[in-house]
Write a protein that binds this ligand. Structure first.
Ligand code: ATP
Ligand code: MG
Length: 371
């Protein structure tokens, strides 16, 4: 971009940056380079960047880049020349952002700064991973082939639009239209997950079963493949725990919860406790239970999955069951969506107790099967 060539006087560079901010439809940041890229401080940005990251200007400008990076990033050198590549950041609500970014050295008031222009590819990348995940679930007989097919079509449309937008970066109007198309496809994909997942195993009827033995099966299936730093504790309940259930779907629930628990623990030693039992309605705290219940059983059968991991902050908690919501760089945000749909289908609900740094405890409640 010849506009940004340095050495033409500091005052003019600033005007040019202002001008660029005013005309650009893509998010842009100005960084003051630090020791590493993560140490570099955000000194200015345009409105699009504030929208993308979900911040107000006053709390965004001045932050080191590390504050919006996903955990584990960092250490990267400040790019010397114009470079581009893909990177992951975090919105103020914890959601992962995947962007294609381009760095450009600029000069302002005699200072060497970095101009970062960004292109949000989150929807496209998440859809790619969602397709893989849906295919894995398909292999397990969890979803119908139609969903995989529809998903793939949406993905093709997202990728085609992304390619077209990238091919004409200077045509702001064309880029905008493509991005709007991408957002539309992503929304449709979300609705699709919403609509299709609950009925995906609908052809397997709910039958009387003992939750304890289903959970045992799932735990034994997983035990061999858990990382060595994780201790999996299973507290067994002596009495049968009768519910009307779909064993395949319930095993999937256990697996999704245990996988999340392990991921929340990370590489440090930690414990995942899987417990089952029966509890009277009067002893259950249903504050914040999701989905809300239309009928309340007298007796509940519960499944607890508790971990000693990172815990959940309030921003994450608000969106935790949202399809495609993820704070992980390699997550799809479909794990708890699948859990939630399964639980809904079983007439149950989920409660979550968690504080940042103090682990999380998910409790799934199922109505007792009286038949
Ligand atoms: N046990 C937990 N401890 C802390 N945070 C959790 C826990 N379980 C879920 N979360 C949070 O909820 C988000 C959504 O979880 P979900 O299982 O739906 O998707 P994911 O784990 O990110 O992706 P995927 O399940 O596809 O790998 C996670 O990204 C994480 O931020
Ligand atoms: Mg998950």
């Amino acid at each position: 971009m010849p506009l940004m060539k340095g050495g033409e006087g500091p005052a003019r560079s600033d005007e040019r940056i202002d001008f660029l901010f005013a005309v650009a439809r893509e998010p842009m940041l100005i960084l003051e380079p630090g020791e590493t890229l993560s140490d570099s401080r955000i000194t200015d940005c345009n409105q699009e960047a504030l929208n993308l990251f979900g911040y107000r200007r006053a709390s965004f400008v001045g932050l080191p880049l590390s504050r919006v990076e996903v955990p584990g990033a960092g250490g990267e050198a400040v790019p010397a020349e114009a470079t581009s590549g893909e990177a992951r950041y975090r919105r103020s609500d914890g959601q992962v952002l995947i962007v294609e970014r381009t760095f450009q050295r600029v000069e302002s008031d005699g200072r060497e700064l970095l101009l970062v222009s960004m292109h949000d590819v989150t929807a496209a990348r998440l859809l790619e991973r969602a397709v893989v995940r849906v295919q894995q679930m398909d292999n397990l007989g969890m979803v119908s082939g139609t969903l995989v097919h529809d998903f793939r079509n949406l993905l093709v449309s997202v990728l085609a639009n992304a390619e077209l937008a990238l091919a004409a970066p200077d045509d702001a109007e064309a880029v905008r239209e493509r991005v709007e198309d991408i957002a539309r496809s992503a929304r449709r994909a979300t609705e699709l997950v919403d609509r299709v997942l609950p009925s995906s195993t609908g052809d397997q009827p709910l039958v009387p079963l003992d939750l304890d033995s289903v959970v045992d099966d799932a735990v034994e299936l997983m035990r061999g493949s858990l990382p060595a730093n994780i201790t999996l504790e299973r507290s067994v309940h002596e009495e049968p725990l009768p519910i009307a259930g779909d064993a395949t779907q319930l095993r999937q629930v256990v697996m999704n919860l245990v996988i999340n628990a392990c991921e929340a623990i990370g590489d440090a030693p930690g414990t995942v406790r899987v417990g089952t039992g029966m509890v009277a309605a009067s002893e259950v705290d249903l504050t914040g239970a999701y989905p809300p219940l239309s009928e309340r059983a007298e007796q509940w059968v519960y499944l607890d999955v508790a971990d000693s991991g990172a815990g959940v902050d309030s921003a994450t908690r608000e969106r935790i069951f949202e399809p495609l919501f993820t704070t992980k760089s390699d997550g799809t945000g479909l794990g708890l969506t699948a859990v939630q749909f399964a639980v809904r289908r079983h007439g149950g609900t989920v409660t979550l107790h968690s504080e940042p740094g103090e682990g999380s405890s998910f409790r799934i409640l199922f109505p007792v099967d009286e038949s």
